[in-house]
Design a protein around this ligand. Structure first.
Ligand code: ZN
Length: 176
């Protein structure tokens, strides 16, 4: 199980702080919902990459475990999407550049992969914003839809969108 968390720092600062980041103290288990202080224990770290147009950083991800239900969690900074090495900002910037017919940074192959995933998520994004009461007319033109929701996500704030939409219809943004 992955938790998306706002550390209030960017990738560079998170990498610099490493294991000294301000990891959350959970007083309720996200899985079994038990509320008893001290049930969630830190359970080491794993290392993964965070990539932007400028940097590739190796960063620690904190693992936690609930003593009651035995479930493990990892606390992923909200500038990253689960299973994607590039930051959400980098991925969305490149997709947005493509949608605006600008030259996008990075490899075309990777862009294609991100684009396909993004397009697959459009109905889900639409559903999330509809639930928030931000209903807009639906166009049959996929690219128009893709651009519209890109702008809505950017207006919402990329990481805020990632966290707020987390778990909507039991999915997260860019999940397969
Ligand atoms: Zn639990």
């Amino acid at each position: 199980m992955i938790i998306s968390y706002d550390f209030r720092v960017d990738l560079l600062e998170y990498a610099a702080r490493g294991k000294e980041n301000d990891f959350p103290i959970l007083d309720a288990c996200p899985n079994c919902k038990c509320i008893a202080y001290g049930n969630i224990h830190r359970n080491g770290y794993y290392w993964r990459y965070g990539v932007t147009d400028e940097e590739t950083m190796k960063i620690p991800i904190c693992r936690m475990r609930c003593l009651v239900c035995k479930k493990s969690f990892s606390v992923l900074p909200d500038f990253l999407i689960p299973y994607f090495q590039h930051t959400i900002h980098t991925i969305l910037k490149r997709i947005h550049q493509f949608l605006q017919k600008k030259k996008a940074n990075g490899s075309r192959q990777l862009l294609r992969f991100h684009l396909i995933r993004y397009y697959k998520c459009l109905n889900w994004i639409h559903s999330f914003f509809t639930d928030l009461g931000k209903v807009l007319g639906v166009s049959k033109k996929r690219k128009k839809e893709a651009t519209k929701y890109m702008i809505m996500i950017l207006d919402f704030g990329e990481s805020s969108f990632l966290r707020r939409s987390w778990g909507h219809l039991s999915k997260h943004f860019m999940a397969n």
